[in-house]
Design a protein around this ligand. Sequence first.
Ligand code: HAM
Length: 430
Amino acid sequence: MPVGAPVASITVSDHVFRAPKGTRDILWPDSARWRALVDVFAEVVGSAGYLEVIPPMFEHVEVFQRLGETTDVVRKEMYSFEDKGGRTLALRPEQTASVVRGFSEHRPTLPYKAWYAGPNFRYERAQKGRFRQFDQVGVEVLGPTDPHLDAEVISLAWRFYERLGLKEVTLLVNSLGSPEDRARYVEALRVHFTAESDALSEESRTTLEANPLRVLDSRREADAPLIDAAPRMIDHLSDDAAAHFAGVTSALDAVGVPYTVAPRLVRGLDYYVRTTFEFAAEALDAAQNAVGGGGRYDGLAADLGAPETPGVGFALGVDRTLLACDAEGVFNAPAAAIDVFVVDATGGDEAVVVTDLIRTDGLRVDRAWDGRSMKAQMKAADRSAAALAVIVGEDEKAAGTVTVRDLRGDGGQETVTRDQMIQTLRARLR
Ligand code: HAM
């Protein structure tokens, strides 16, 4: 090809790779906001003595089968596969089972208060706010049955939303009772729905056979009247479970966390007993407004090989929480990634030294590359959204000075010695 021929005529490949369906790239500034969200979470739960745990991203598939053979998560959505060693593994669809498996393996001292942040994988119908790879932040506590602990866990999530600036989050709480209460309630539901199963949607008739509790989760219009008339768990609680639930709600009252008791709140995973809860962001569409949820899972540790150890926790969806922040206009992304942009009109060598000096002092600094013109470098400085430019021309180089220019409005400029540079930058950034 002759030198200077139009580059556009070259077809390197007609295939542009895209991220798989249900996944996406989080580019800056969203990535910065993402990290900031996890930092806020770590601070909030750290202040209550929770320590970080980093579980593996895949487990033996049996670990996740404990989430419930009839749940969508296990039946339809699990990324399970056989590895080259013939093991059947699954990418984690959530982290509670992993954290509890880790607890069962290592038996840390009780109470074990852990927090985590990271991706999960579910083969769901991808849409806004519903991804196949999505991130959660969450906590799990193993050991106590104390209802005050349930209230602590719930209020930590609440305080976290508050710290982000979210105002339109509502909290729904319910109790599923003891395993025996739950079994009795499931039977009552079976009787209720079976008596009029003709009125149910076809999907819910199938669900009814596998797990009557899950019918309550249906959002199909046809099912609404029968669901409204269904027995309420809260009326089927044993005295013990009712007292536990009263302990949770009175502790929430005491710390001023507002909630609504939602007698038909059932969660999509089967390990829950007693307290369950969900956070809804009212600023989002109803289909994806569940920004977090959790509850008690007193039988899970024993199911995964540990001695009987009660547990409680929650997970909050990072993707959806940030969508809720967008909708409410809070917890905004940062405007700039750097503080200072170095413009070097002497050919580039000065910028090598000056950026190193500024960086070493702890400020964030960038520069232009490839010997661009002064005009192009100033344009790049503006685009970077840095507050200040440090400009080095031939005169400054000869005099051992730099010019510091304020890029915000008409901030003016001054020429200072190299020794004064950092001090000047810091004073102007204040
Ligand atoms: P979960 O309700 O399945 O509970 O998920 C918790 C949160 O993760 C949801 O409220 C939602 O914000 C987010 N989430 C779930 N699936 C998706 C998805 N496909 N796309 C985007 N966000 C999603 C659990 O995972 C339990 N492990 C919570 C827990 C912890 N219970 C006790 N401890």
